[in-house]
Design a protein around this ligand. Sequence first.
Ligand code: SF4
Length: 179
Amino acid sequence: MDLQTLIKDAKERFGFEEAGALNVEALEFLPEVRQMCAADRCRSFNRNWSCPPGCGTLEEISERVKPYTRGILVQSIGQLEDEFDVETMMETEHTQKARFAQLVEYVRSKEPDCIPMAAGACQVCKKCTYPDEPCRFPEKSIPSMEAYGLFVSKVCIQSGMKYNYGKNTIAYSSCILLK
Ligand code: SF4
């Protein structure tokens, strides 16, 4: 799959405001990000196969991603009326999730063993089977960048993209690793 074509498609066909090449070499799987997951503010820690501890240790993740030498980073950017514009924040998050699900479906149809990482826990099922049964749809499941220990702002900046687009904006970022 040609990366430049995919980046172009991400913007023109799937609607992301920004897309670019992911700097895979700069990916660091940080225990301090995992500690934020453990604080459980998103109510997904220890409740979802795509989140810690179900998604594996940082050592396992580091091994898992080793064969992946390139990737794409995609962003949805919302323009807020003011800093309290929670409605637009939620809408932008929803837009990012919807666009990313479509992009992942497309990329997986061509490269089934790609690794997508979204903003937030996997939401394919209304209720995750964790920990009682194995994941229902491993081929559809999407882990989060944070679950993999990635500091999202750092990943964006080290990939030559912005994380913050200025006052009264909100940006959500997701990525896909490719072999
Ligand atoms: S696909 Fe379903 S069972 Fe698997 S991680 Fe996602 S929500 Fe959980």
